[in-house]
Design a binder for this molecule. Structure first.
Ligand code: DLL
Length: 437
């Protein structure tokens, strides 16, 4: 287990007073707004249409006067139309995978890469990483921001980055064993897969040097945290981010495992009601919106992430004053509406794990005779598989009842043979929606 002293990568910022932070945020917001107005025709047009001038923004308190930006705006200006700097200043591009429509492309100046790496460096130090650690990075390297994001953070703190990238799970395990990897970075679903493979190979997690894991890029529940910690024998921490804003490290968990500290000196968060678009007070769940106040190449203003969370400014035991966001529940566009009831895949995951079953599942949604149906396919583990049909049916009924009580809508449950559902080395695909609107 990690030593219990809290350390910071940039103590001055991470433990700054509310007043100091607001002063930095105000100064940076004014600069970002000016840059957008002067350098991005899309924002100039928006401001002019609203009758808004950059001079109207005098402090961070004026933020809600600014227009919102949507993913579609990035798509409409594909690939580089929202960049605020010339080609000569861009040193890197990344892109989001974008399962529908065009990809969204993001650019970074040298300073932006530095800013982003500070975020991942803060995240690594917050979970106890030091320059003596081997940081095993199994997020994909490439246009996806996961691999290179953690990589630069690891190098910043002087640790040794192991750029394994995703895939080839037996090789991952070999490297974890042979190199003595201390910190594992990958998606939570891939962490489960690595853990299961380890167990099948008869390798005890106690024989490894893994101490902590930094898992993100997809929503995961508290029960999933316990599962991963048990499978891999480490402390599992959440990390959040999105390519449009930077990549991983926009927010991160500390040892308290109680919300993710937002790097609010670079990325100013707000929560809005996704229907009325009005700002919501701390503590209420709504859609997370970010304004990039410390970025040069793509300083997005009030970007709608579609992620659902709540903010809290309550004191954190770690000493960091950076505002915390709750573990994201899911995305407004991932939310399933089943016969009028809102269902998040993360709720289904919570139920499955609380019934003591492994988190390998898939939600199949269909429409039969104009009625929505939802079936949850869940993999049995090897010991369940040898149970009698009656025992298996009774487990199905138990999960069905638990789903009904948590979701408020009935769902079919189908236990399937071990290792028959697709595994993911990156973001898991949990939902198959066969409804045609
Ligand atoms: O997923 C960046 C990342 C890489 C974050 C590695 C953490 C670790 P995108 O591919 O642009 O970027 O996807 C961003 O993924 O809007 C959320 O919906 C989801 N997401 C990311 N982190 C979390 C998390 C990366 N910790 C989108 N919990 C975001 C829940 C997350 N959802």
């Amino acid at each position: 287990m990690a030593e219990k002293i809290d350390r910071y990568y940039q103590a001055q910022i991470e433990t700054a007073s509310g007043e100091e932070l607001r002063e930095i945020q105000s100064r940076r917001l004014i600069r970002a707004v000016k840059s957008c107005y002067e350098n991005v025709p899309f924002y100039k047009k928006k401001f002019d249409e609203m009758g808004l001038s950059p001079e109207d923004i005098k402090s961070i308190d004026d933020i809600s006067k600014l227009p919102l930006t949507e993913k579609q705006d990035l798509r409409d200006n594909y690939p580089f139309g929202l960049f605020a700097v010339g080609k000569e200043k861009i040193v890197r591009v990344h892109a989001s995978s974008g399962t529908t429509g065009k990809q969204t492309v993001v650019g970074y100046t040298k300073k932006d890469i530095d800013t982003w790496s500070n975020g991942t460096a803060r995240a690594l130090v917050a979970v106890g990483a030091t320059n003596e650690d081997y940081i095993h990075i199994s997020y994909g390297y490439g246009l996806f921001t996961g691999g290179l994001g953690l990589h630069y953070g690891a190098e910043k703190i002087g640790a040794a980055a192991i750029p394994v990238s995703s895939g080839n799970t037996s090789r991952q395990i070999q490297i974890i064993q042979d190199y003595g990897s201390n910190i594992l970075c990958c998606t939570p679903s891939y962490a489960v897969y690595i853990g299961e493979t380890l167990h099948r190979a008869g390798i005890s997690p106690d024989s490894l040097k893994l101490r902590a894991g930094i898992f993100g890029a997809e929503p995961w529940s508290e029960n999933m945290r316990l599962k991963i910690e048990e499978l891999l024998g480490l402390d599992a921490y959440d990390i959040y981010g999105l390519s449009e804003i930077a990549g991983p490290g926009v927010s991160f968990e500390c040892r308290q495992k109680n919300g993710l500290h937002v790097c609010e000196d670079y990325f100013y968060p707000e929560i809005i009601d996704p229907e009325t678009l009005r700002p919501l007070p701390d503590g209420l769940y709504g859609e997370l919106v970010f304004t990039c106040i410390g970025k040069e190449a793509l300083p997005l203003i009030r970007y709608r992430t579609r992620d659902i969370t709540a903010l809290t400014r309550k004191k954190c035991e770690c000493g960091r004053t950076l505002v915390r966001m709750r573990k994201p529940k899911g995305r407004t566009d991932d939310m399933l509406i089943i016969r009028g009831v809102n269902v998040f895949p993360s709720q289904v995951e919570h139920v499955i794990l609380s019934c003591g079953i492994e988190p390998n599942y898939q939600i199949i949604v269909d429409r039969k005779n104009s009625l929505d149906t939802m079936t949850v396919k869940i993999e049995m583990n090897d010991s369940m598989f040898s149970d009698s049909v009656r025992e298996i049916e009774s487990v199905e009924l138990k999960i069905k009842a638990a789903l009904m009580s948590v979701l408020g809508v009935s769902a079919g449950v189908m236990l399937v043979e071990p290792r028959t559902l697709p595994r993911s080395e990156g973001k898991a695909v949990r939902v198959i929606d066969n409804r045609k609107d």
